[in-house]
Write a protein that binds this ligand. Structure first.
Ligand SMILES: C[S@@+](CC[C@H](N)C(=O)[O-])C[C@H]1O[C@@H](n2cnc3c(N)ncnc32)[C@H](O)[C@@H]1O
Length: 568
């Protein structure tokens, strides 16, 4: 039993994340608001329970399926087309559950096809954890075990297959386990590059302007472009956003601005049944309070997180649309590009982070905005999850800098150890904004980097430039901080400055070749006893982490799964 429940937990936590947004956007929304839909689900559960008793006797015979047969059966199911529109998904779900019940009643010879039907239903149901719990109570145990085995194999294949499709081939790089620790990841080039060549270009998933520039209205709130005087498009919005073009305005609205700071429906008419929605005044009130909080904040992370959640909704909604057109068309392209199997959260789930600081007030304000836009959406934002989101944005964001950066950014008021930092060789104080770049998030720091980010198109589009010749398979690194030796610094002072910066911002001790070589040379010169102290750098070991579920699933492929208590 312990084994069985631990499997459920592992599988459930790995899949619940993927289903989270879709769950809110459609199924759960309907289940809570649509009595017909609820009735159907209840009836279904009753019917299965009745048949359960009849099948109980036969169920004592275990299903004997070889792992090879199971693998082949799963491969077949994975190759099948699944419906995309909500109605078709619902129909498919009902049909498969019905078929599963019928096959189940035919006796042990039909247990494998029965399990496959239940499994097909599970694949399209956006709240798999809940359905697993229902199955556990209603489906005969041998069949349930096969369903769980299928689920386990599928999750494993999905997790293991992620880095086969991400980053997509055209980006010329791939993510590899670090030689020192397989849970650590590095980025390597997939072909040779000459110094100065562009390795890839990457658009941010979400980006925000620095607070002072957002107020001034000198840069586009969407692509961060510098706008010539008098050329800005200025819609009235609660954040006082301005845009460089109609195109940026529309993209911004579709991706996040409407959900967070606008009053149009978040769902397209095909998916919107309107029930449960708060009034326009209530939505307005929630947004006004959140906008005031954002305007008062000098940090980028709160808005990056809000935009990230909103963008997940936009992409998941686009995936559900039967026709790939209309204002969501661009999000469709994004959804397709990142492969239909993986959601935006899949990309962020794997990123390293330190827990961020978030106040109850900040969580409440954002929850209110989400609830007002789409009731139920706020449920996915617990304070722990919010802190983790904030941590992930802060830990991985890259500073957007044009032509070496600016020097008019207001001096931060926080203590150096509390300041928000982005990864940029020019220094966070010279940037105009911050962005989250899923592929570039994997680039490790080096004080002698093999690449550098450039924003030469004058927008937040990142161009990764090789700083020296690179051979296929070599690691791509960039400087997270200013690694140059300033004219007034000794070699040791420059090293100490950059290592303290890295420790403050990212809580790791730099192990790049330059630091290793410089430290070894310093030790040799001074003799072991006189070697310089590193204790004041401020960090003894790498304090960053990955989500438990990623660690468990990645390690779980090789190790035994931890036991968990019963689920009900
Ligand atoms: C933004 S992430 C980069 C991707 C990360 N390596 C991963 O496993 O996903 C930053 C983390 O990478 C590791 N890292 C990057 N550069 C490093 C360096 N020069 N020395 C030691 N660790 C480094 C540290 O674990 C740090 O927490």
């Amino acid at each position: 039993m312990a084994n069985r429940t631990s499997t459920i937990f592992t599988v459930a936590s790995a899949t619940v994340l993927a289903g989270l947004v879709a769950y809110v956007v459609y199924f759960d929304y309907r289940r809570r608001n649509d009595t017909e839909f609820r009735k159907k689900l209840r009836k279904d559960k009753k019917r299965v329970t009745k048949q359960h008793a009849e099948a109980e006797e036969a169920a004592k015979v275990a299903v004997k399926v070889s792992p090879e047969d199971l693998k082949a059966a799963l491969a077949k199911v994975r190759d099948e087309e699944v419906p995309t529109s909500p109605e078709d998904k619902e129909q498919y779900f009902m049909t498969q559950v019905g078929l599963g019940e019928q096959l189940c009643a035919q006796g042990p010879n039909f247990y494998l096809p029965a399990a496959l039907s239940f499994y097909r239903a599970l694949r399209v149901y956006p709240s798999p954890v809940e359905l697993i719990v229902i199955y556990q109570k209603t489906v005969p145990e041998p069949i349930f075990n096969v369903v769980m085995e299928l689920m386990n194999m599928d999750v494993k294949a999905r997790v293991e297959g992620y880095y086969n499709v991400f980053p997509r081939k055209s980006m010329n790089v791939s993510v590899r386990p670090a030689p020192s620790d397989s849970l650590r990841k590095i980025l390597v080039v997939e072909k040779d590059f000459k110094a100065g060549e562009v390795i890839y270009k990457e658009e941010p998933t979400v980006a925000v302007l620095d607070a002072d520039l957002q107020k001034k209205g000198t840069h586009c709130s969407h692509c961060l472009r510098d706008i010539q005087k008098g050329m800005a498009i200025c819609p009235t919005d609660r954040l006082d956003s301005v845009y460089c073009s109609k195109d940026c305005q529309v993209r911004s609205k579709v991706q996040s601005q409407n959900l967070l700071f606008g009053l149009d429906s978040v769902l397209p008419p095909e998916l919107d049944n309107g029930t449960g929605r708060l009034t326009e005044q209530e939505r307005d009130r929630a947004q006004t309070q959140f906008a005031a909080y954002i305007k008062n904040s000098t940090r980028a992370a709160p808005l990056l997180v809000a935009r990230f959640i909103a963008r997940q909704v936009a992409i998941e909604t686009a995936k559900m649309m039967p026709k790939k057109e209309g204002p969501l068309a661009d999000e469709f392209v994004n959804a397709d590009k990142t492969d239909a199997e993986y959601s935006l959260y899949d990309h962020v789930e794997r990123l390293r982070f330190l827990d961020g600081k978030v106040s109850d007030e900040e969580t409440k304000l954002l929850k209110d905005v989400l609830a007002a836009a789409l009731p139920g959406l706020e449920q996915s934002l617990t304070s722990e999850r919010h802190a983790m989101y904030i941590g992930k944005m802060t830990y991985n964001a890259i500073g957007v800098c044009f032509a070496g950066g600016r020097d008019d950014k207001p001096t931060p008021k926080e203590r150096p150890e509390d300041q928000e930092r982005t990864r940029t060789p020019y220094g966070t104080t010279r940037q105009i904004g911050s962005g989250l770049y899923p592929v570039s998030s994997y680039i490790a720091h080096s004080c002698a980097p093999s690449a550098r980010p450039s924003f030469s198109s004058g927008t937040s589009e990142l161009h990764l430039i090789a700083t020296r010749n690179l051979e296929k398979g070599e690691e791509v690194t960039m400087a997270y901080v200013d690694v140059t030796q300033h004219p007034n610094e000794t070699l040791a002072e420059a090293r100490r400055r950059r290592r303290i910066e890295l420790a403050r911002g990212w809580r790791f001790k730099c192990e790049c070749t330059r630091c290793v070589e410089e430290l070894a040379a310093a030790r040799n010169a001074a003799g072991e006893a006189g070697s310089e102290s590193e204790s004041d750098v401020g960090v003894q070991k790498d304090e960053s982490k990955v989500e438990d579920v990623v660690q468990r699933v990645e390690r779980g492929a090789k190790l035994t799964m931890p036991a968990a208590g019963p689920i009900d």
